[in-house]
Write a protein that binds this ligand. Structure first.
Ligand SMILES: [Zn+2]
Length: 81
């Protein structure tokens, strides 16, 4: 019983994240269709992309960040600190 509740919470969280991603995509009409850093293609139809890609809104516009670049960025941050 408890375990089921926990699993449902995880599922719900993932769903919320996807909805957030979809809303963000809808919000910005000119959302890039590729990674802003390495030009990797972003496919909205691929649902796993909604979980792994990151949308960053900056004054310069909307940036897309692929999982590989997020990883690289994290490694870079660890290096400088
Ligand atoms: Zn990238």
């Amino acid at each position: 019983m408890r375990r089921k509740i926990k699993r449902d919470a995880v599922k719900r969280k993932r769903k919320e994240r996807r909805n957030h991603m979809k809303n963000a995509l809808r919000q910005f009409e000119s959302t890039p269709t590729s990674c802003s850093l390495c030009s990797e293609n972003f496919t909205v139809a691929d649902k796993s992309n909604l979980d792994t890609w990151k949308i960053i809104s900056s004054p310069a516009g909307v940036l897309m960040c692929c999982p590989a670049c997020q990883e690289r960025h994290r490694a870079h941050l660890e290096q400088v600190s």
